[in-house]
Ligand binder design. Structure first.
Ligand SMILES: [Zn+2]
Length: 330
């Protein structure tokens, strides 16, 4: 699962590995991929930018590649020599069961599904740890002299001669709190307009709307609402103005925390009140979040059991019913 902060972290790792280096081989398993791939050979990656959950790779020969990982995409970087020797293992597979519905409630195989329920099961099959060359999920491989960047699953890999930043869907995105041009006043205006025109939208659904804010997915949605002390299933028009202000501050703060702390939104501080990086790096994954995927575990603040809800909004939501009480309407 790659939300805005994780996509930005991945883009930076990728750029550190391959930017500025000549691409001497490229393979792409998409319909038009190899037509562009042949043109890309011999060029280099100039830079990699992110727009919410979209990654845009700019090649020196004027070709662009937009990648959106949805729920399945992954990038991995390998040492070229080890890769050629068959010593590079593909990422571990996780088995996902989908209960896919569109927003109208119909079952669908749409490219960008709204997921009602996700069940995670460990899969220790023989496919874990196999050589990348034998992995059916490989969609793109970029070879430089010393590194190989491999993209698994896609699902969206779109080449173009026009910068995708000037095209939909990127032009339709709301402000991205992780970009330097982010301005909280834009968000303030956005939420005011939403309340005015569609105040019955649930706040949990609004946060997932990429035209409102770019980059928030299920994880950051749950974490932002917990830290804002807002019930996920309240209509946006019913949120008091002081809570709206808290929410507007938490959105960039939580996304930035995830970006600088490798996805962690709950940090441990040492006795001097500073972030304890050693401790944070060794914690279990479930300790790094306030509510996300902590259903049934005790709330870090009040001890109540964290609730997992699949029904009240479009996607699964994790929340604390005590810390995020229903807002009383006069
Ligand atoms: Zn609580």
């Amino acid at each position: 699962m790659s939300e805005g902060p994780e996509v930005k972290i991945t883009a930076e790792k990728l750029c550190n590995a391959i930017c500025g280096k000549t691409i001497d081989k490229i393979y792409c398993k998409t319909t038009l991929g190899n037509e562009f791939a042949n043109k890309i050979k011999g060029s280099d990656v100039r830079y990699i930018e992110t727009y919410g959950k979209n990654m845009v790779i700019t090649f020196s020969n004027g070709i662009y590649l937009r990648n959106h990982m949805l729920m399945w995409g992954k990038w991995r970087i390998y040492d070229r020599q080890e890769f050629e020797e068959g010593k590079s293992n593909a990422p571990r597979r996780s088995k996902l069961k989908w209960d896919i519905r569109t927003t109208t409630g119909e079952y669908s195989t749409a490219v960008e599904p709204v997921t009602k329920k996700i069940e995670y099961a460990n899969n220790s099959s023989k496919e874990n740890g196999i050589d990348v060359h034998n992995d059916s999920r490989v969609r793109l491989m970029i070879f430089t002299k010393d590194k190989v960047a491999v993209q698994f699953n896609g699902p969206i890999l779109k080449f173009s001669f026009v910068n995708p930043a000037s095209l939909e869907p990127i032009t339709k995105l709301g402000p991205d709190p992780l970009r330097s041009d982010f301005n909280i006043d834009d968000l303030d205006n956005q939420i005011y307009q939403r309340i005015k025109h569609n105040g019955t939208t649930l706040i949990a659904d609004l946060l997932l709307d990429q035209t409102f804010v770019a980059g928030i997915g299920n994880k950051y949605k749950s974490e932002i609402l917990f830290l804002s002390k807002i019930n996920p299933f309240v209509n946006i028009k019913d949120i008091p103005s002081n809570s709206v202000r808290t929410l507007l501050q938490q959105i960039p703060s939580v996304l930035y925390s995830g970006y600088v702390n490798s996805g962690a939104t709950r940090l441990v501080h040492n006795s001097f009140g500073k972030v304890d990086n050693d401790n944070n790096n060794t914690r279990r994954w479930s300790d790094k979040h306030w509510v996300f995927r902590r259903g049934g575990r005790p709330c870090w603040k009040c001890g109540s059991r964290i609730v997992t809800d699949y029904k009240l909004s479009a996607r699964v939501t994790f929340w604390c019913s005590k810390c995020q009480q229903w807002i009383k309407i006069d």
